[in-house]
Design a protein around this ligand. Structure first.
Ligand code: GUN
Ligand code: ZN
Length: 447
């Protein structure tokens, strides 16, 4: 019999930090190693520890990428983003419902052309990998070709991505609508092709209750029942006018979340974007069902939607799973570092303090918990998939000056979340391969 291929081994050396638990619920979750060695075998982390203790396991022929004046973190996780909306980022002057009609729907119409979808998917991956994001939960458009283009590009990088075809059968331009049956059939075919293929995962994606008939929401629930491990993504209680309008479409439902619950959509691996205008009862339902929320601070500020109640959601008496989302194109950046800086400001406006350990948990392991992938991504630990981002502590003169004054890891992480952006990302690793290196002249992205 043929002998198995030699394992692909890689190694990174440098300062490293990773969360080992939820710092909203317990102290002491932040692991920090001044001079760490991370050993990778076949795309997974084989060892992580102080260089002095781990170097004995390093084989002589394995190249070591030594990152100096840097911080190695788990790859960042974006739990809510629309790749087709790259082209409407920074569109002026409207709140949610008018913004959808004025900017977003016209842009999404262009994804009937698969060549357009391929171009935008390519740009999206360049931008997120350059920003240190290695996993995202992504809305495509109503067109199946937009999903094909997205997953095909993800497969080139071997990124762990969750995405799905938007379901919408009312209240948008006719060319952007499917029907309950057609949306079901097209989703079914995409699931058969992509769900669990390599690192790709499928999310059933009813856009929101305002764009879906009850029949379409029921069809989404049927899909979830018919396949193992599917995700569900939609929007919830983002804007007060939206909430009033949606409730008028579903007068028999007790709350916005109850609309989704009625169709069996509130369950583990369901992720609801925004959830700003919700009450204690909805938080309790999310806690009890294991559904998750995506906090999208730059979007919520940009559209004037409101201030997410992060500390209420994570109340230790009934913690709700919460991840961080950029929500581009309503969000104003694909950088989760910048998004954390904005999350800090949202908390501050609510009279709360988002410390760095909690913030970086949201962008890594917390996101993984929201997606129920926390057994494989979101941490630097043996057995985890080797998705990493490396931050350059001196990416700009000001950053180098300011980080040079930091006395401990909490201080350093807080400076990074306040000042950091895509320029701060020195390198991004996906499944044990360096896919982005800021210092690779000309073509920093490898594929
Ligand atoms: N609600 C329904 N669709 C959308 C969308 O595309 N973006 C945002 N921010 N909210 C939505
Ligand atoms: Zn959104």
């Amino acid at each position: 019999a043929a002998s198995p291929a030699a394992p692909a081994r890689r190694a990174l050396r440098g300062r490293a930090a990773s969360l080992s638990g939820n710092p909203f619920l317990a102290d002491g979750c932040l692991d920090h190693v001044e001079d760490a060695l991370i050993l990778i075998e076949d795309g997974r982390i084989a060892a992580f520890g102080p260089y002095a203790e781990t170097a004995g396991r390093l084989q002589a022929d394995v190249p070591v990428e030594h990152y100096e004046n840097a911080l190695i973190l788990p790859g960042l996780i974006d739990t809510h983003v629309h790749y087709p909306q790259l082209q409407v980022i920074a569109s002026y002057g409207e709140q949610l419902l008018a913004w959808l009609h004025a900017y977003t729907f016209p842009a999404e119409l262009q994804f009937a052309d698969s060549a357009h979808a391929e171009r935008v998917a390519k740009l999206f991956f360049r931008e997120i990998l350059g920003a240190g994001t290695t996993t995202a939960m992504v809305y495509c458009t109503v067109h199946p070709g937009s999903v094909e283009a997205f997953f095909a590009e993800s497969e080139r990088f071997n990124t762990r991505m969750i995405a799905g075809k938007v379901l919408m059968d009312r209240n948008a331009p006719a060319a952007l609508l499917d029907t309950a049956q057609r949306g079901y059939d097209e989703s079914k075919a995409l699931i058969a092709c992509w769900h669990g293929r390599g690192r790709q995962l499928y999310a059933v994606t009813p856009r929101f209750a305002g764009s879906c008939t009850p029949a379409q929401l029921d069809a989404a629930g049927a899909l979830l029942d018919e396949h193992d491990g599917l995700f569900l993504q939609t929007h919830l209680s983002e804007n007060t006018d939206e909430v009033a309008w949606v409730m008028s479409l579903f007068p028999d439902r007790a709350s916005y979340l109850d609309i989704y619950a009625h169709s069996g959509l509130v369950r583990p691996r369901s992720v609801f974007g925004h959830a700003i205008h919700v009450g204690e009862e909805e938080f309790c339902t999310c806690h009890a069902t294991g559904a998750a929320l995506a906090h999208c601070p730059t979007s919520n500020g940009f559209l004037g939607s409101g201030l997410f109640r992060l500390f209420d959601a994570l109340d230790p008496r009934r913690p709700v799973r919460v991840g961080l989302g950029t929500d581009v194109g309503a969000g104003t950046t694909l950088s989760l570092l910048k998004t954390l800086g904005e999350a800090y400001k949202v908390a501050a406006l609510r009279g709360a303090k988002l410390d760095a350990a909690r913030a970086f948990w949201l962008a890594t392991l917390g996101g993984a918990e929201a997606l129920r992938l926390d057994d494989r991504i979101g941490r630097i630990a043996p057995g985890y998939e080797a998705d990493l981002c490396v931050l350059d502590l001196a990416a700009t003169p000001l950053l180098g000056f300011r980080t040079g004054l930091c006395e401990d890891i909490e201080d350093l992480l807080f400076v990074l979340m306040t000042l950091g952006d895509h320029r701060t990302v020195r390198a991004t690793w996906v499944a044990g391969e360096c896919v982005y290196d800021a210092r690779r002249a000309g073509a920093p992205l490898r594929y």
